[in-house]
Design a protein around this ligand. Structure first.
Ligand code: R5P
Length: 310
């Protein structure tokens, strides 16, 4: 078993390798003058089980291409099998045709990764569970919910706590968290009048005098969460905490969070945001490395991955 690190998230790769007590595969990943990507593996990996770790986060196209080229290099170096560990699977939000004559990019990316030579996928909180079916190879979809639940139990006063789904699509995830921390749930009815804009229409459930925990898979512009927090406060909520697996944090998102009524935003390190949030007072990062490393160990030993979440 060996781990090859792409360049999208060096700290997470190092943490994973450390947990597994492995050295990262000696690899040279460079750009040519015209920005084409060059990957060279500097050690023998013939017959090895290889995990290549790369989030397809911003710059999504470069990071995706780098992942494909790494997989191709591994295949041509006679790796026995290749697992693409994609902590953040980008392009996932285009998982169906919402309007006519659009692409389903999540399926296209699944085909690209499979055709490059991956034998298995390991990812975290895929935007939609059915993306697993876009691949014709096994997919293990891990969840951040258990580490969020542990964090809540340790850090947040459990009195009068309620879990809130920021939109209807997030109800299943919210219910899973509420079961672990033993609370009820409320649901926000969110609409998107145009791409990138979100509006809160209604809140289903009472949040008056309650501390709220919003859980979501992605924060991108921050609009969903900032508007949700505002609406919860208007309905009498006390403190609002936010738990997000993938901190995409585009544009002014960090600023918007700092200026918002959010008490604290906790996210994982599926995306490397160390520079972006270094001055933030509200954003805290907890590591997903222990869950990913444990899943890799179990895949390599052919033991159950799903039992990690029981
Ligand atoms: C939507 O379905 C996702 O789960 C997130 O709620 C969304 O991507 C967040 O985007 P933004 O932060 O730009 O509102």
């Amino acid at each position: 078993m060996k781990v090859l690190a792409g360049t999208s998230n060096p700290k997470l790769c190092k943490d994973i390798a450390k947990n597994l007590k492995l050295k990262l595969v000696n690899t040279n990943i460079k750009r040519f003058a015209d920005d084409e990507i060059y990957v060279e593996i500097n050690e023998n990996i013939r017959g090895n089980t290889i995990f290549v770790v790369q989030s397809t986060s911003n710059p999504a196209n470069d990071n995706l291409m780098e992942l494909l080229i790494c997989i191709d290099a591994l295949k041509r170096s006679s790796a026995k099998n290749i697992t693409a560990v994609i902590p953040y699977f980008g392009y996932a939000r285009q998982d169906r045709k919402v309007v006519p004559r659009t692409a389903i990019s999540a399926k296209l990316v699944a085909d690209l990764i499979t055709n490059a030579g991956a034998n298995r996928i390991l990812s975290v909180d895929l935007h939609a569970g059915q993306i697993q079916g876009f691949f014709n190879i096994p997919v293990d979809n891990l969840f951040a919910t258990p580490i969020f639940a542990r964090h809540i139990k340790k850090k947040i006063n459990s009195n009068n706590l309620i879990c809130v789904a920021p939109d209807v699509g997030g109800v299943e995830r919210t219910r899973a968290l509420s079961r672990r921390i033993n609370t009820s749930i409320a649901i926000i009815d969110k609409r998107r009048p145009s791409p990138g804009k979100s509006e809160v229409m209604n809140i289903v459930g009472s949040v008056k005098n309650k501390n709220c925990v919003i859980i979501d898979d992605i924060i991108d512009s921050g609009g969903t969460i900032v508007n949700a927090t505002k609406a919860l406060k208007e309905k009498g909520a006390k403190d609002v905490y936010v738990y997000i697996t993938h901190a995409v944090l585009s544009g002014q998102a960090v600023d918007n969070i700092e200026k918002s009524q959010i008490k604290k935003l906790i996210t994982t390190d599926t995306i490397d945001n160390l520079k972006k949030i270094k001055n933030s007072k509200k954003i805290e990062i907890i590591s997903i490395a222990p869950i990913i490393s444990e899943a890799m160990k179990r895949i390599s030993n052919s033991t159950s991955v799903s039992s990690l979440f029981k």
